[in-house]
Design a protein around this ligand. Structure first.
Ligand SMILES: [Fe+2]
Ligand SMILES: [Fe+2]
Length: 318
């Protein structure tokens, strides 16, 4: 009993003094569970996030754009790998996490359940979706759990490249023909509201937020981050010469922020519940990729075993 109190006290002191909690440190069960849920959902979002864009690699308009998009989608696979590894430090294994995803039991970001209908969607996704991801993820570099915080440093550097490549696609289209500009506007119209939903429910409705703030997993509330994103994006849309699809959007001199219209939360609930435009398709594609990739996992495991055996057979230097 008293030993447990000591451990709790030490954990609380670490959190209060901004020291990282490491994999081998004692931590409350609820803290561990929260992190497993958050990190695994994040990992799933990275690999499911490859699908809407992977869809356009073969149809990129130039070799340069193809190479950039390919690199971007590969980065997302890498993010998934760092994050599954970070989750594994908490005592779960990757197969269990992936099984939960494939059986439809685990969640991932609902933004990836929307279809990519035109090349401009590669621009809008990079600009808005990766832009919103950066807003959410930069504070995670200071998250109290060491392995998650460290994984996020590199992820955020790569996300900022993703955001800029998306903006550059939008810029090209907006400086192109009237049809290209229209394509960019149509894409913005479709991605704007789902991007705002990426920050999660409003603070009054968010059930995990308070405790996560106390544990310093989360540093800013959903609504604060959403507001920052709107404030950052409005001038960028102006620079592109595009109109954000919100008649209520306007600068508020008193608050020093942009006011914006209300979000259709019933849409988010519907997509989270599995009834978005592409939920079934995404999951089917993921399961198919996993099944067809079995030989790769087997080959990698056999090779790792061979290397380990070779190392253990070698006589150790004195
Ligand atoms: Fe990513
Ligand atoms: Fe990204």
């Amino acid at each position: 009993m008293s030993q447990e109190m000591d451990l709790t006290k030490r954990f609380d002191t670490y959190i209060a003094s901004e020291q990282k909690i490491e994999a081998k440190d004692w931590m409350p069960d609820a803290y561990r569970k929260t992190l497993i849920r958050q990190i695994s959902q994040h990992a799933h979002s990275e690999i499911i996030g490859m699908l809407p864009e992977g869809n356009w690699i073969t149809r990129a308009p130039s070799l340069k754009r193809k190479a950039i998009l390919l690199a971007k989608v590969q980065d997302e696979a890498g993010h998934g790998l760092y994050l599954y590894s970070a989750a594994e430090t908490l005592g779960v294994n990757r197969e269990e996490l992936l099984d939960a995803l494939h059986e439809g039991k685990a969640k991932y970001s609902s933004i990836f359940n929307y279809p990519t209908l035109s090349w401009a969607d590669m621009g809008a996704i990079g600009w808005l979706v990766d832009g919103a991801a950066i807003m959410n993820q930069v504070p995670l570099c200071k998250c109290s759990y060491g392995p998650y915080a460290r994984a996020m440093v590199r992820v955020c550097k790569e996300e900022s490249f993703h955001q800029r490549q998306g903006f550059s696609i939008m810029m090209n289209l907006c400086n192109g023909t009237p049809e290209q500009k229209e394509m960019a506007q149509d894409s913005l119209n479709r991605w704007w509201w789902p991007s705002l939903m990426m920050f999660g429910p409003s603070d009054s409705e968010s059930k995990h937020s308070d405790q996560s703030m106390k544990w310093k997993i989360k540093r800013f509330s959903n609504d604060e981050l959403r507001q920052r994103f709107v404030d950052m994006t409005v001038p960028q849309a102006e620079l592109l010469g595009l109109t954000l699809p919100d008649p209520d959007l306007k600068w508020n001199e008193h608050t020093g922020h942009y006011d914006f219209g209300s979000i259709d939360w019933s849409e988010l609930q519907r997509v989270i519940a599995g009834d978005g435009p592409c939920n079934r398709e995404r999951l089917e594609t993921r399961v198919k990729a996993h099944t067809e990739g079995e030989w790769v996992r087997e080959a990698a495991a056999a090779y790792a075993e061979k290397c380990a055996k070779r190392n253990s057979d070698q006589p150790h230097a004195a």
